[in-house]
Design a protein around this ligand. Structure first.
Ligand SMILES: [Mn+2]
Length: 427
């Protein structure tokens, strides 16, 4: 599963106590059926999909109008569009769409992220489309005069996965808009909020805005074609190549199909893995232990830029015969900041295994009650900060002991669930 999907936002966003966002919406919001005089419709088993689509449309219209009003109120301003530290195609493409929409109001946006573009497809996406995103570390932020910006915007995230948020907030830059499809992380005070957890990709939300005419896409404008291609890539990658797409996602993809460049998308998807990513995959193969259909592999230390090798290795290990779930983890280190964090990914094809529940049960919470990770259908992730134990790796025997301790502890915690005595995840 998720062979083409880069590190997903869910993996990092799920460091909260929120339940799986995917299913939450369905019961909560009653569907309004039009009164009387209904045209002949499919039999009344379940919810006629035409109504869902209509609901989506009217909400999109309303939100698009609201967004236009908000932008109108901020004409001639400068804004920061903050993405998660490891932005994925969904985030990158939507930020670009926002930038193009905002441009019409003479709003100048800088699209920024603090971490790195790790997955080869993300690097290819940015290079091949000239996508205007920039890496701003906390260090970069210190050199900037933030009073230059009159607002910031969060897209495909709610700030919980960006290191930049607190500095920007402390500088007094107001939050103008939040547009996302993850479950509500916290009450956010923004002028414009469009958070729809039941939508599979933020690219779907943005495509709906485009369909309302907020920005008229034009196939003769190169930038529009590239942005539509990026949105198509974002939509595909957040829906596992459309396999988990729902009606609104397909509708959005259908609209984008008028503008996107299939050859360009193909070039992005053909991006090759770097040698270092291949090496991490090799290590995961060598080190894996298989028990009870779980494949578990620690890959040792890896560089910050290669972080995405971990989910890719998990994607690969889960394809082995008699394996339904793979967990791969390693210590990711950032040389500049002497920052170290254990990062892990889970992939499963077992329908009855809930990655969110599994990871929360395996690793528990930190002292502030934050879970070390969580997940969504088929995939999950975790991040365990190493704090005081970070750095000191010039001493190779120390580095080795440190890895062994973390490796054993993670294995212990996972194996407790893999070989359960009283089956603690079966509630
Ligand atoms: Mn997304």
């Amino acid at each position: 599963m998720y062979l083409n999907s880069p590190v997903t936002q869910f993996e990092s966003l799920s460091l909260t106590t929120e339940p799986n966002p995917e299913d939450a919406e369905i019961d909560r919001e009653p569907i309004e059926l039009p009164p009387l005089n209904r045209p002949s419709l499919p039999p009344a088993t379940g919810e006629p999909s035409i109504y869902i689509a209509q609901r989506g449309n009217s909400l999109a219209n309303q939100k698009s109008e609201e967004l236009q009003k908000t932008l109108l109120g901020h004409r001639h301003e400068r804004q920061l569009v903050i993405l998660q530290d490891f932005p994925d195609p969904d985030a990158l493409s939507c930020a670009w769409a926002y930038q193009l929409i905002a441009q019409q109001y003479d709003i100048k946006c800088e699209i920024i992220y603090a971490g790195t573009l790790s997955h080869q497809e993300n690097i290819a996406l940015v290079k091949l489309t000239n996508l205007p995103a920039q890496r701003w570390t906390l260090q970069t932020l210190k050199t900037k005069d933030l009073s230059f910006y009159q607002g910031f915007v969060l897209i495909d995230n709610q700030g919980t996965t960006s290191q930049l948020l607190s500095t920007v907030q402390q500088a007094g830059v107001p939050l103008v808009a939040v547009i996302d499809h993850h479950s509500m992380q916290a009450e956010l005070k923004a002028e414009f909020v469009d958070v729809r957890p039941y939508v599979r990709a933020t690219a779907t939300i943005f495509t709906q805005y485009l369909q309302t005419g907020i920005l008229k896409l034009d196939s003769s404008i190169n930038q529009h074609v590239k942005c539509a291609t990026a949105l198509m890539h974002g939509l595909r990658s957040d829906t596992n190549r459309l396999m988990q797409a729902q009606e609104e996602d397909f509708m959005a993809a259908a609209y984008l199909s008028r503008f996107y460049d299939a050859q360009l998308l193909n070039a992005i998807l053909q991006a090759n893995r770097s040698k270092r990513v291949m090496d991490v995959i090799e290590r995961s193969l060598k080190n894996r232990i298989v028990q009870n259909n779980f494949s578990i592999a620690g890959v040792g230390y890896l560089r910050y830029e290669d972080r995405d090798a971990i989910p890719q290795a998990a994607d690969f290990l889960v394809t082995e015969e008699n394996v339904h779930t793979a967990v791969v983890y390693g210590i990711v280190h950032d040389e500049d900041d002497e920052l170290e964090v254990v990062i892990g990914s889970l992939r499963t094809t077992k329908l009855t295994l809930d990655p969110d529940e599994f990871i929360k049960e395996a690793f528990g919470q930190d002292s502030t009650g934050r879970f070390f990770g969580g997940g969504r259908t088929g995939a999950g992730g975790f991040e365990i900060p190493m704090g005081f134990l970070s750095g000191g790796n010039e001493n190779s025997s120390y580095a080795k002991i440190k890895w062994e301790v973390f490796d054993s502890q993670i294995k212990q915690k996972l194996l407790r669930l893999v070989n359960p005595r009283d089956n603690p995840i079966q509630s």
